[in-house]
Ligand binder design. Structure first.
Ligand code: ADP
Ligand code: ASP
Ligand code: MG
Length: 405
């Protein structure tokens, strides 16, 4: 098929559709970029702040509830923006149709709040394109085999964009957002962060999994798997941003390409767990059954039993404590650290270079920043630290690894 260069999939994030004026600007941009040889398919997020408002409404009715009703609630923000953007396109003289996931056939599994796309029916989109109609697709949502509305996890509109690009064979997906590029660190935390022009899928997956919310992790995984190049760029400026592409296409890989943080996480410490292998295995089975994502784990044996510490996302803390409460008797001490952050460095260049971890810990030690938990992989080093130390840790590591602009 010759669709490779013929369709441009453009995903617009919350700030890009955050007001009537911004939606009008978006429509003007789409009109300017109209080209009879290259069709446009749009994916939109909810207007900025809307999904948070919906979360708060749900929390007020039934704190912690998850299931089809919750996903239906959260998905409604995207319905509003898809309709408004489609109307704005019509207003500037373009033909357009808005779509919810169920109308299009964006099918997912039934893991509510973190569903995965299993299939996309492209018939309607391809028919629209043939007729010169611009489809505007509500991001972040899907429909499961039971016809329930599902959502893909916070930030999931990126994944709708890349999955759609893969399904229609577009070859690339443009992600329009409120920053002009992916930076070496979140510019809100590290003012000296600089723009990255190209970064590998593998590094971007690490960054996303370590807390950088510039792209939804699943979108990058799909990009890597289905060869969809991702272009992160500004909604408000007309210039190139960052290309996320295969590692082999990047000539020079710096030792460390970026610093990532997760502002709020939580650590749970347990002591003493019953000795032996059973209690550890069944605890993590229970946690995984409830959908709690466990991150860094450390464990050590002491004469009285095992000492265990692990980190969980802040939003999963309540559920994790319920699981622990049900599994263990009251003799076990449970300590929770709440004001906790994670800071990490990522780079494919560190694969063959010793000394990266040494420099990482030396930098933190020089600033007297205590480290609670640590984890490393071939291309990353991560540490759990106190939230009050986050800005200092991030900025000094950014400088130490020559990332400053
Ligand atoms: P959108 O609503 O367009 O999807 P998001 O808020 O999800 O936008 O993602 C963009 C935000 O990601 C930026 O405003 C920025 O604060 C944050 N961010 C975190 N890490 C980075 C990074 N390394 N480079 C750029 N932005 C980052
Ligand atoms: N509106 C959803 C959220 O805020 C999805 C997205 O923006 O990508 O998480
Ligand atoms: Mg986002």
């Amino acid at each position: 098929m010759k669709t490779q260069t013929l369709i441009s999939v453009k995903k617009f994030g919350g700030t890009s559709v955050g007001s009537i004026e911004k939606i009008r600007n978006l429509a003007d941009r789409i009109k300017r970029e109209s080209n009879p040889d290259k069709a446009q398919v749009l994916v939109v997020s909810a207007m900025s702040g809307e999904t948070n408002k919906l979360v708060a409404l749900g929390e007020n009715i039934f704190s912690g509830f998850r299931g089809p009703a919750y996903d239906m609630l959260l998905a409604s923000g995207e319905q509003v923006s898809a309709a408004l953007v489609s109307m704005a396109l019509e207003k500037v003289g373009l033909k357009s149709k808005p779509y919810l996931a169920y109308q299009l056939g964006i099918v997912t599994d039934s893991m509510y709040s973190r569903a995965r796309i299993t299939r996309i029916d492209t018939k309607k989109i391809l028919a629209d394109i043939r007729e010169g109609i611009i489809p505007v697709v509500a991001g972040f949502q899907g429909v499961d085999a039971l016809d329930n509305i599902t959502t893909l996890g916070r930030g999931g509109s990126d994944t709708t964009g890349v999955a759609l690009a893969a399904a229609i064979g577009a070859g690339e997906c443009e992600i329009y957002t409120d920053v002009p590029a992916v930076f070496t660190a979140d510019p809100r935390l590290v003012p000296r962060a600089r723009e990255i022009s190209k970064i590998s899928f593998e590094e971007m997956i690490e960054m996303a999994s370590l807390g950088s919310k510039v792209l939804h992790i699943r979108s990058v995984e799909l990009g890597a798997k289905y060869h969809v190049r991702i272009h992160v760029r500004s909604s408000f400026e007309d210039r190139e941003g960052t290309w996320i592409i295969p590692e082999g296409e990047i000539m020079e890989n710096p030792l460390v390409s970026s610093l990532t943080h997760e502002a709020l996480t939580a650590v749970i410490k347990l002591f003493p767990l019953p000795k032996g292998t059973e209690s550890l295995a069944s605890l993590f089975e229970d946690l995984s059954e409830k959908g709690v994502v466990v991150d860094i784990i450390t464990q050590s044996e002491a004469p009285q039993g095992q000492q265990l510490a692990f980190s969980v996302p802040h939003e999963d803390l309540k559920l994790a404590l319920e699981v622990i409460d049900q599994r263990f008797s009251k003799e076990i001490q449970v300590e929770v650290m709440k004001e906790i952050s994670k800071v990490s460095i990522v780079g494919v260049g560190m694969r063959n270079h010793p000394g990266v971890a040494a420099k990482f810990f030396r930098t933190l030690a020089n600033k007297n920043i205590p480290v609670h938990l640590v984890t490393t992989s071939e291309i990353k080093v991560s540490a759990i630290i106190d939230k009050k130390d986050l800005a200092e840790a991030a900025n000094s590591l950014h400088t130490a690894f020559d990332l400053d602009s």
